[in-house]
Design a protein around this ligand. Structure first.
Ligand code: ZN
Length: 430
């Protein structure tokens, strides 16, 4: 729907949409993770939940690429539009509020919103980069405000980058030579220099190019340009996972290395075909579970000790893998898999991936699924005094197995299922 209308959509619309989305995702419970994290790509620590606002921005940019910056497929109404405005450069029309405009134009104001919003996402000043238009630029003002010099524009000067060199505004001699400006324009040049004095003080050297212009240019004449724009914009909004990584380093009592961290963040994606398994690993990596130690730290519980054994501080790794009430459960699973598949590493909290330790990819997928099912069972008994049983785990595996079979079939690759699961299938069924 947003694709067909090139106008601004009220923020309230997206706020409502996001509220509904998170209510659906968390089934009415309190939101325990920012939507920003969920929007991110899976390998960047998100769940790739669609961000409608960003999608609308991507659509608008793709449309801008199609209608404005493409010479080849120039649309007829653009000619008409150009004749109505004295500013010829499309960017000038798009980005700056033209003081000659008599009526407010919803398409123009939407274009300005896109320009500003996209730059904000990239963390770049919209009006003071190399591609920013000079004329009516709100950040380039003389005593009367922002300005437009028709003569300069007619000589082909329209962007900040054209008049800006390594040491600020280029000299009048150079400009006059390059654009054939008459000598009388020297006074305008002085004005321009004083308008940009602040910028000259703060910015040493070259101005950055506009990432938005780069993006729009990269979309020209390409297929699937909306999703290209969306991916690029999404890249700017990746959640900052530094805090999370620090918490894990504290929990595991060692620095989590770059490689390990990347593997952990990407691990929900490698957790098999089934969404339930992916969510389990996502929640583990994002530390979305309340542990006794966290509850105690928040003043919600007196003792920080484990619910099951009450012997030691209940951190995530203790509760999940180390508590003496839980270790027999893991041992049974480990023995079972060992018997079936020979050698592979023991389960870890932060990972699903087994790296290259299990060369056979089907065996690897099976072990990953087995450990994830065990993690899920542990979480099911999270606050209980009892521990999950081996039988429960077997049932969960049978459940996963049937789901994986259906998904593999739906994707037209039943052999993927057979190769991975046929070995356990017989045993799990009983
Ligand atoms: Zn315990």
């Amino acid at each position: 729907m947003t694709q067909s209308i090139f106008v601004e959509i009220s923020t309230q619309f997206y706020v409502t949409l996001e509220r509904k989305l998170s209510r659906f995702l968390w089934m009415g419970k309190r939101l325990r993770i920012s939507l920003k994290s969920l929007y991110a790509e899976v390998r960047k620590g998100g769940l790739k939940v669609p961000n409608f606002r960003l999608y609308h921005l991507a659509q608008s940019l793709a449309q801008m690429a199609r209608t404005n910056l493409e010479g080849r497929e120039r649309l007829a109404w653009r000619e008409l539009e150009d004749s109505l405005t004295s500013l010829k450069g499309t960017l000038g029309y798009i980005c700056n509020k033209n003081s000659e405009e008599k009526h407010s134009n919803p398409i123009a104001s939407h274009s300005r919103w896109i320009w500003k919003e996209a730059h904000r996402l990239y963390g770049v000043q919209p009006y003071l980069n190399r591609d920013s238009p000079l004329w009516y630029n709100p950040k380039i003002r003389n005593k009367k405000g922002s300005f437009y010099w028709k003569l300069w524009e007619s000589k082909g000067i329209y962007s900040l980058g054209q008049i800006w060199g390594l040491d600020g505004v280029v000299s009048f001699v150079e400009l006059a030579q390059a654009f054939e400006l008459p000598n009388a324009e020297f006074l305008h040049h002085l004005q321009l220099k004083s308008s940009l004095a602040d910028l000259a003080k703060s910015e040493g050297g070259m101005l950055p190019a506009s990432p938005v212009v780069r993006l729009v240019k990269s979309l020209l004449g390409k297929r699937g340009n909306i999703s290209r724009a969306y991916t690029s914009l999404l890249g700017c909004t990746n959640p900052i996972l530094v805090n999370l990584r620090n918490k894990w380093s504290a929990e595991l009592d060692k620095d989590v290395a770059d490689e390990e961290w990347q593997e952990a963040v990407a691990s929900p994606a490698s957790a098999g075909l089934e969404i339930k398994a992916q969510l389990t690993q996502f929640k583990v990596v994002q530390r979305l579970f309340w542990t006794p130690s966290r509850l105690a730290a928040a003043g919600l519980r007196e003792s920080p000790n484990c619910w099951k054994c009450t012997e030691e501080v209940g951190t995530m790794s203790y509760m999940m893998l180390k508590c003496p009430m839980i270790t027999p459960f893991w041992d049974q699973i480990f023995d079972f898999l060992q018997h079936l598949l020979e050698v592979f590493p023991p389960p870890r909290l932060l990972h699903t991936g087994l790296g290259e330790t299990v060369p056979d990819q089907h065996k690897r997928a099976l072990v990953v699924a087995a450990y994830l099912a065990a993690k899920r069972m542990t979480l099911r008994h999270w606050r209980a005094e009892s521990s999950p049983s081996f039988r429960e785990w077997l049932m969960a595996m049978a459940d996963v197995t049937s789901h994986e079979r259906i998904i593999a079939r739906l994707r037209g690759r039943p052999e993927l299922f057979e190769e991975t699961w046929s070995q356990t299938l017989g045993i799990v069924k009983h």
